[in-house]
Design a binder for this molecule. Structure first.
Ligand code: NAD
Length: 309
């Protein structure tokens, strides 16, 4: 399994470390338009491999070096500065994706390659990458709200005093400010959240739910304020997605792919079954009327941003 990572900044480096630690790749190639940075990262990570898996890890100086890659992860582009939203990166990163995707496609096997998109604003970048690559939507996969869903689960688990592993909770829609916390489809040990709260004699009033929503949506802003950027969480998300793909796990993850046709096409996160061929099935969870309305609004925001490129 050969994996290429394009963009070796904070996120690309964390992704490379996480990919290396899965032990699933026999070869990882790193490309960045800043060749010195990519070479230094390859050197540093190469040293780490002495303590983990014996992987061929190299920096490549041009796109020919990614030939033979089964999966290409795109993590290049501007990141948010404190106070900036993901949408503020729209035009800058549309130019980055427009630069990268055609060069990637000239050097990979279009019949089997899968692209994983990490660059923000995530959903719009998925739409652009899918259009430029001409790959089936099922093989241009954005990490979407995987990280948001993880944040939701972790915060909820702490609130309920239950292991994260016993909670199913999804964030849907945009990986951004209009994301939708799908409270109607939260299950704790297979029990609907409200029933669980009754059995556990716990109260989860609207004010607490609002605070949880705020913390989930603002997690990235808080981390950026404290350490300049976010990288570890997304590294974990990409590694999890790779496990699901490479091991053909058919696991359900909230990922973003293009759905719909023409002017109605939009990429946003829904729970999707992931396996070796990419996205195998799109799923629809139980939604309240309010969640449905918010999800439609989120889709419209993404589409409007895409149309503004
Ligand atoms: P960074 O500035 O540390 O690194 C970006 C890297 O991209 C740099 O090394 C730069 O040289 C490279 N690059 C830029 N244009 C390029 C091009 N045309 N070709 C090749 N390389 C190019 O930024 P970062 O913190 O690593 O963030 C990268 C992206 O990941 C941002 O868009 C950020 O918003 C996004 N991100 C996404 C998530 C998510 O959940 N999807 C989480 C965190 C960050």
């Amino acid at each position: 399994m050969k994996i290429a990572i394009i963009g070796i900044g904070s996120v690309g480096s964390a992704v490379a470390t996480a990919v290396q630690n899965t032990g699933l790749a026999h070869e990882i190639v790193l490309f960045d338009r800043d060749g010195i940075r990519a070479r230094a990262a390859a050197e540093d990570l190469g040293h780490a491999s002495a303590f983990s898996y014996d992987i061929k890890l190299t920096a490549v100086s041009n796109y020919r070096g990614i030939r033979g890659s089964d999966i290409v992860i795109i993590a290049a582009g501007a990141n948010q500065k404190p106070g900036e939203t993901r949408t503020d990166l729209l035009q800058k990163n549309a130019a980055v994706i427009s630069d990268i995707v055609p060069k990637v496609m000239e050097n990979v096997d279009a019949k089997k390659v899968k692209l994983i998109i990490v660059t923000n604003p995530l959903d719009v970048m998925v739409m652009l990458a899918q259009k430029l690559s001409k790959l089936p939507a099922s093989r241009v996969i954005g990490t979407g709200t995987m990280l948001d869903s993880a944040r939701f689960k972790i915060i909820l688990a702490r609130q309920l005093g239950i292991s994260t592993r016993s909670i199913t909770s999804y964030v849907l829609g945009e990986h951004g400010d209009s994301s939708v916390l799908n409270w109607s489809a939260v299950y704790v040990g297979g029990i609907a959240l409200d029933d669980f709260c009754k059995q556990a004699k716990l109260s989860l009033p609207q004010t607490t739910r609002n605070t949880i929503e705020h913390r989930v949506r603002n997690a990235a802003y808080e981390i950026i304020r404290g350490r300049g950027a976010t990288w570890d969480g997304i590294g974990g998300a990409v590694a999890d997605l790779l496990h699901a793909i490479i091991n053909d796990e058919k696991r359900i993850l909230t990922t973003s792919i293009v759905d719909g046709i023409g002017k109605n096409a939009v990429a946003m996160s829904m729970p999707r079954v992931i396996g070796e061929k990419g996205v195998l099935m799109n799923l629809h969870t139980k939604l309240s009327a309010n969640e449905s309305a918010l999800l439609r609004k989120s889709g419209k925001i993404i589409r409007k941003n895409y149309d503004a490129i």
